[in-house]
Every structure is written in structure tokens, then in C-alpha cells.
Design a protein around this ligand. Structure first.
Ligand code: NAP
Length: 261
């Protein structure tokens, strides 16, 4: 049994712990730093194996695997003077913070693994990207999402950029729901329809992935039908090109943020 410790227990760490609690980790000791008072107190109340520590020092002393869940600019202050050991495995959720940047802050620990989960991990869904490969950490996350072990650190950066259209996805869903409501449908039925539709579509793409098949839009529309008309309209308007241009702009924005941190 490993002892898990979290320093920085915000939105993401809360979702990760929710997912881990559905696995064998639900029987492991999980110690939380006392900051993030609302979240850490709620987690300790919800799960018997989770405890809110007196200090981050206690978390580091009493854990074998340490999760860093603060924001990148909070890292230095959060880990300053903590008693890391060479034997610690440090799992960093910090988007944009390289292993090279983290290593000196957790000295003498040398084993740093970057893990990039997303909030749906609490429902055992969504990607969990990991670098570098680490059998112990892979085992910990196995079954709570789709584990993707990348073979170079720069892939994590690219994935972070590509993920920045997540809130736009919700925007699109809400616009479609709003359109249905404007057409006279009640909100609950409109929301249930659109959200369930996207859930079903996502399942189709995951099943195709399992058998190694691409998802070809033309195979999911009727010749001369409504979907064909809709996609043609958006293609003509440059809508998809615009989404890809947005990724390039987000990439530049991310470089600026990294330079400032
Ligand atoms: N949210 C996502 O979808 C997502 C996805 C992938 C990666 N990430 C990465 O995950 C990290 C956390 O993101 P988040 O959205 O969970 O942020 P968040 O909700 O702001 O959580 C950060 C937590 O760190 C705590 N903290 C700050 N300084 C601390 C210190 N000195 N000692 C101990 N704890 C301290 C904060 O506590 P207080 O509340 O007391 O200030 C806060 O609860 C980020 O680095 C982000 O890049 C997030």
C-alpha cells in the first residue's frame, strides 16, 4: 500500500481524488495539505482514508507519492523548504511546468512524473496523459480514464494547447440548446437532448479508436441531407479553419504565460 500526499488541493486534485477513490487507492492513506480549506475539509469528511494534515511538511514526511496540484506560479512558495526525500515519487499536475523546472524545487527527489488529467476523471472518464512512463503511477491511474503515455515532454505541451477548446465545446452546446429553446422547446428537454447527443457521439469515436478506425464525417451524414448541409455551410464560412487558427493563437498566448512565470 502506498501513502499518497497532495500539496495543493484545488479543482483538479479534488476530481483526481474522486476518481482514485473508486480504485484500490480508495484503501490507501491520502494526506492533504491544509490550504484549500473548503476542498480539503470536504474530502476528509467524504472519505475515511483521506485526512487533512496539519501542514505541508507533514504531507511530505508521511507520504511516498506526492502530488503537486497548485498553479504553476504557486509552486516555488508551496514547496519551499519541504523535507523531500530521494525516494519520493513526485507527480506534477502543473500544466506548462517542465520537469527541468520542477526538479530543483523538490530536491533530493529525482523521480518526477508529469500527469495531465482532466476534471471528468472524477467520473472515470477522459484522457490521462503521462510523461515519462512510470509503471507505478500508470497502475494508479489505470481504469480511471484513458491512459496515454507520451514519449516526449513536448507532447504534453501540445496536448495542453489542443485542450484549450474545451470551454468552446460547452459554448457550442449551450448555443445549440439556446436555439432549440428559441424554437419553443423547454430548457430541460433541449439540454437533455444536446448533452446526450454529444455523449453518444463521443462514444462512437472511442469505439472507432478501439478498433483503429478513423472517424470520417461523410460516413456520418446522409447524401444531400441536413448534416451534409450544416458541415458544408461551416466549411464555406471557414469555421473549422478558424478553430485551428485559434489553436495557433492559444499556443502564442501559452508561450507568453510561460515566459512570465
Ligand atoms: N483544472 C483543470 O482542468 C486542469 C487540467 C490540467 C492541469 N491542471 C493543472 O492543475 C493545477 C491546479 O489547477 P486547479 O484548476 O485545480 O487550480 P486551483 O483550483 O486554483 O487549485 C490550486 C490549489 O493550490 C492551493 N495552493 C496555493 N498555494 C499553496 C501553498 N503554498 N501550499 C499549499 N497549497 C497551495 C490553493 O489553495 P487555496 O485555495 O488555499 O489558495 C488551491 O486550492 C494547475 O497547475 C493546472 O495547470 C488543471
Amino acid at each position: 500500500m502506498h501513502r499518497l500526499g497532495f500539496i495543493g488541493t484545488g479543482t483538479l486534485a479534488q476530481a483526481v481524488i474522486g476518481g482514485l477513490e473508486t480504485t484500490d487507492a480508495g484503501r490507501m492513506q491520502i494526506l492533504l495539505s491544509p490550504r484549500s480549506e473548503t476542498v480539503s475539509t470536504a474530502l476528509a469528511a467524504a472519505y475515511p482514508n483521506v485526512r487533512r494534515a496539519e501542514s505541508s511538511v507533514e504531507v511530505v514526511e508521511e507520504s511516498d507519492i506526492l502530488f503537486l496540484g497548485m498553479r504553476p506560479h504557486q509552486l516555488d512558495e508551496a514547496v519551499a523548504s519541504l523535507p523531500f526525500r530521494e525516494s519520493h515519487i513526485v507527480v506534477s499536475f502543473l500544466a506548462g511546468a517542465s520537469i527541468e523546472k520542477i526538479l530543483p524545487t523538490v530536491h533530493p527527489a529525482r523521480n518526477v512524473v508529469r500527469v495531465n488529467p482532466l476534471p471528468p476523471i472524477r467520473f472515470r472518464k477522459g484522457p490521462v496523459v503521462l510523461y515519462p512512463a512510470n509503471p507505478l503511477i500508470e497502475e494508479l491511474f489505470a481504469g480511471i480514464g484513458d491512459l496515454i503515455v507520451v514519449d516526449k515532454e513536448s507532447d504534453l505541451h501540445a496536448i495542453g494547447i489542443a485542450s484549450a477548446l474545451m470551454s468552446s465545446h460547452y459554448e457550442l452546446q449551450n448555443r445549440q440548446i439556446g436555439w432549440l429553446v428559441a424554437e419553443g422547446m423547454p430548457v430541460p428537454a433541449a439540454a437533455a437532448y444536446i448533452r446526450s447527443m454529444y455523449d453518444g457521439l463521443a462514444e462512437v469515436t472511442l469505439q472507432a479508436l478501439k478498433v483503429g478506425e478513423p472517424v470520417i464525417p461523410q460516413h456520418h451524414e446522409t447524401k444531400g441531407g441536413l448534416n451534409e448541409r450544416g458541415r458544408a455551410q461551416l466549411l464555406e464560412a471557414g469555421w473549422f479553419d478558424e478553430a485551428i487558427s485559434a489553436l495557433d493563437i492559444i499556443k502564442d498566448h501559452a508561450s507568453g504565460l510561460t515566459r512570465r512565470s
